[in-house]
Ligand binder design. Structure first.
Ligand SMILES: [Mg+2]
Length: 382
């Protein structure tokens, strides 16, 4: 089997342009991968201009050899544009391999370790930064069957927060805890916002609301600082969504104070990279809670690993709160039911891109979440 063509697609989701890669083979089987980032959709789309010659003619089932060849050609580069591209290629190759075997992808990864994967909701608070609004939305998310939900209550905070902002942020957390009830897990997202001293003060103030974790309270590529904060607060700290290699994961985990890590399938190297990340985490007795803030294709890819890896804690999922045309563009991705995800039993990832539906939603240069500008929570930036 040989790869005979490669096409890139950008779909203009309002808060983040989605980027997909499709590989076509001489045996008529094609594979879909995703390469979404935040900004930089056009940069990823342009990568095949220079790398196509490394991919065409290769057997898509020799996945490790192909991605290793690309990495070496890039001089082992871990630039996020390239890691997104390589991740997409890896996912598309796994999709083809599983389809060629007539099996769901997770079967190629060692089979099921669980029947279903617990999911947590994100993207559910698209509205005003107001405790009443958050409470109302949190209650409806629980009503939908979710047993866990995540949110960033900190507005535009960067490094420091004044008293009024701190009070508002904590009142949002209190309102969500009360509305969700004691049996639901809440996760507090901080998006790398804070200095160490602010992060430690906030982490300790959050303890009374018993969050499942306090996420990326400080610049998350500083794994030493993340460990210092984790040691100083009375709540678990989670990090890892920005990691592009298992090396960064090892640096974080070797600090000894973080045991929930959040690699993303589109950044850590696709299905192969996420499986590697799970193995590294397991060697530190750590849990993996895969990051997933891209298209529902990312959910579909993550879920395949989630079925197979032993140390998956919970899966992030925005899909119930995505744009209402997501299912027209992407067919076959799993739906959260009763707070859980299951991998489809169709072969491959189970997801297909409807190319004509995708064309109805073109790239938009302003389609990017600006986490330090007022109103970002609405995720409708135009
Ligand atoms: Mg995050």
């Amino acid at each position: 089997m040989k790869i005979i063509d490669l096409k890139m697609f950008i779909v203009g989701n309002p808060w983040k342009n989605w980027v997909f890669v499709k590989l076509y083979t001489d045996e008529g089987i094609d594979g879909l991968g995703e390469c979404t980032r935040g900004l930089g959709a056009k940069a990823v789309e342009a990568v095949p201009d220079e790398l196509r010659h490394l991919i065409l003619g290769e057997d898509p089932r020799d996945i490790n050899a192909l991605t290793d060849k690309i990495r070496k050609a890039l001089f082992l580069a871990e630039d996020p544009v390239f890691t997104a591209f390589i991740s997409g290629i890896d996912i598309a190759c796994w999709d083809i391999t599983a389809k060629a075997c007539g099996q769901p992808l997770y079967r190629m990864l060692g089979g099921k370790t669980r029947k279903k994967i617990r999911a947590y909701a994100n993207g559910w608070y698209q509205g005003p930064r107001d405790p009443g609004f958050f409470a109302e939305r949190a209650a409806s998310v629980v009503e939908m069957g979710y047993t866990a939900l995540k949110f960033d209550p900190f507005g535009t905070a960067y490094m420091y927060m004044d008293k009024a902002e701190e009070k508002l942020s904590l009142s949002i957390v209190a309102a969500v805890r009360k509305a969700a009830g004691e049996d639901v897990d809440i996760m507090i997202e901080a998006h790398d916002r804070f200095s160490a001293s602010t992060a430690i003060r906030l982490g300790n103030l959050l303890a009374e609301y018993r969050p499942m974790w306090f996420e990326t309270p400080v610049y998350s590529l500083d794994t030493g600082l993340t460990n210092e904060v984790a040691r100083a607060v009375g709540v678990p700290v989670a990090s890892g969504e920005r990691f592009a290699s298992t090396r960064e994961l090892r640096q974080l985990l070797s600090g000894g104070s973080v045991d929930i890590v959040q690699p993303e399938v589109l950044r850590i190297g696709g299905i192969s990279g996420l499986m590697d990340a799970c193995a590294v985490a397991r060697s530190y007795n750590a849990w993996v809670a895969p990051h997933n803030a891209q298209s529902p294709m990312t959910t579909a890819a993550s879920v395949q690993v989630g079925m197979a890896a032993t140390n998956i804690m919970i899966q992030e999922c925005f899909d119930d709160f995505q744009t209402d045309w997501a299912r027209e563009v992407l067919r076959g991705y799993p739906k959260v039911t009763g707070g859980y995800l299951e991998a489809p039993e169709t072969s491959g990832t189970g997801v297909e891109l409807d190319e004509s539906a995708a064309q109805k939603h073109p790239y938009g240069p302003m389609n990017c979440l600006r986490l330090f500008e007022p109103g970002w929570e609405r995720r409708r930036i135009k």
